[in-house]
Design a protein around this ligand. Structure first.
Ligand code: PMP
Length: 420
């Protein structure tokens, strides 16, 4: 097939496997009466047939990146099949008006599916925003308190620290505990926390992506009118969460639920409407809530992708099932580290080790570059730890298959045998 014909609008998408080339045409574009101009593909091929052909593809690596991160293969394939012509609309989701009925159906379904996944009560608004979780570091204080108000930050890693520093511009935050001096390896006991009885909110980062520290339960603010706020960017939808324990949850999508460009905020409705005067329109939760996330042009394609992920998580049986899979994957990896007799080491306290981000170091740190190079040869990529901590980090979000973790563990054992 000539390269030019592959670029033609009606051309099939080309999927290369290790042995063979499989030609895939966006399914919804395949006319049942193939015209002379169109490439002849049998109409009897169902989406399922095509997906199973592709799921044998050897072209994809196991991507252990912290985010943007691996997405479920079947979701990518579904998006591929709908990319060119969404549900017979004659256009891609990228080309649709955000106010048209098609996109409305997409965003409404995404919200409804997320609501059922997390059991989000009616008195909470679900917002699909832009600007990443970093923007929420400012939006949270701007929306939830007046300039002089006190708020508490419990800092278990560098994301919580960044959130605190941003809040200083808009209110009066206090770090009530920080794990910085110990290099962020634990969550403190809640009993001893010096919570401010007047704090408007208590902020935590539910899963610190860089250090791999995850809250397994949650502190309660001392102020009866205060609320718990959580950055759940890197463990969002990885397990069931009782939303009612929180006044506000926010999460960048690009780890567990979609591409970068979407940030989801779940906020109790009674907290809306008190934004500081200086709050930019784009950071005012009430404006977005009143307009069902359609005040301005939202990140439409990203929201569509999140919707496909939510649908997939529901099909898997919901977050209880997803959590079981995540526990199994993380268990295998942490066991391999702990049983390596010190060859590999995870510094995080066992009780709060993240199911999503597994940092580990090599006793012989001079072998790290080789570890990464050899892993990459085996199609396991992005295992390098964050630049601020070094070592390794395997991010094993929902979409990382068990096979990826098993392969990594086998590789680690092999590498140890060669270098012990
Ligand atoms: N919070 C956490 C826990 C994160 O992991 C990240 C991104 N790695 C952020 C906040 C910042 O997110 P964004 O890049 O979407 O602004």
């Amino acid at each position: 097939m000539a390269a030019t014909s592959l670029n033609a609008p009606n051309a099939p998408l080309l999927q290369k496997t290790h042995q063979t080339h499989v030609f895939l045409k966006p399914i919804s574009t395949i006319p049942c009466q193939t015209s002379a101009k169109r490439i002849s593909i049998s109409c009897s091929a169902t989406t399922q047939d095509r997906l199973s052909v592709q799921s044998q593809s050897q072209d994809r690596v196991f991507n252990f990146a912290a985010g943007p991160a691996t997405l479920p293969e079947n979701v990518l394939l579904k998006a591929q099949s709908e990319l060119y012509n969404w549900h017979g609309s004659g256009m891609s989701v990228m080309e649709m008006s955000h106010r048209g009925k098609d996109f409305r159906s997409i965003i409404e379904k995404a919200e409804a599916d997320l609501r059922s996944l997390l059991n989000i009560p009616e008195n909470y608004a679900v917002l699909f925003l832009q600007g990443g979780a970093t923007t929420q570091f400012a939006a949270v204080p701007l929306n939830l308190c007046a300039p002089g108000d006190s708020v508490d930050y419990l800092v278990t890693g560098s994301w919580g620290d960044k959130a605190f520093k941003e809040a200083k511009k808009y209110c009066n935050p206090k770090v009530i505990w920080s794990g910085k001096s110990e290099n962020y390896v634990r969550v403190p006991s809640f009993d001893g926390l010096e919570l401010n009885p007047n704090a408007k909110y208590l902020h935590i980062c539910a899963n610190e992506t860089i250090y791999g520290v995850e809250f397994k339960d949650y502190p309660v603010p001392r102020n009866p009118n205060g609320v718990l706020v959580a950055d759940m960017s890197s463990n969002f939808c990885s397990k069931p969460v009782d939303v009612t324990k929180f006044g506000l949850i926010y999460a960048g999508a690009q780890k567990n639920v979609g591409p970068s460009g979407v940030c989801i905020v779940i906020v109790r409705k009674d907290l809306l409407g008190n934004a500081q005067e200086i709050t930019p329109v784009m950071l005012d939760y009430k404006i977005h809530a009143d307009n069902n996330s359609l005040y301005n042009t939202p990140p439409c394609y990203g929201i569509y992708m999140c919707g496909l992920v939510f649908e997939d998580l529901l099909k898997q049986g919901g977050l209880e099932e997803v959590e079981k899979k995540n526990q199994k994957k993380a268990g295998i990896l942490y066991n391999a580290i702990d049983e390596s007799k010190g060859f590999y080491r995870c510094p995080v306290e066992k009780s709060v080790r993240s199911l999503m981000n597994v940092p580990f170091t090599l006793e012989k740190s001079e072998l790290e570059a080789e570890f990464l190079k050899e892993a990459e040869k085996e199609k396991m990529v992005q295992l390098k730890g964050h630049r601020s901590v070094g070592g390794m980090r395997a991010s094993i979000y929902n979409a990382m298959p068990l096979a990826g973790v098993e392969k990594l563990v086998a590789f680690m054992k092999d590498f140890q045998a060669k270098h012990a």
